[in-house]
Design a protein around this ligand. Structure first.
Ligand SMILES: [Zn+2]
Length: 61
């Protein structure tokens, strides 16, 4: 039996950027640690460590 739980957190495998899911705004929010935002490399083509098939926005629905 498999239970699919939408990810609440994601991390880029390339630059280390870390996001958490914000229910209020419905978007990913950059994690802050010690007052510093873990935005990683702004030019990185982020490779998130979650299943790429997951799309919370369901475009075109
Ligand atoms: Zn990245």
């Amino acid at each position: 039996m498999t239970t699919i739980v939408p990810p609440r957190e994601r991390e880029c495998e390339r630059c280390g950027r870390t996001d958490t899911w914000d229910d209020d705004s419905g978007t990913w929010t950059v994690v802050e640690e010690n007052g510093e935002r873990l935005t990683g490399d702004p030019y990185c083509l982020h490779e998130w460590d979650i299943n790429g098939a997951y799309n919370p926005l369901e475009e075109g629905a």
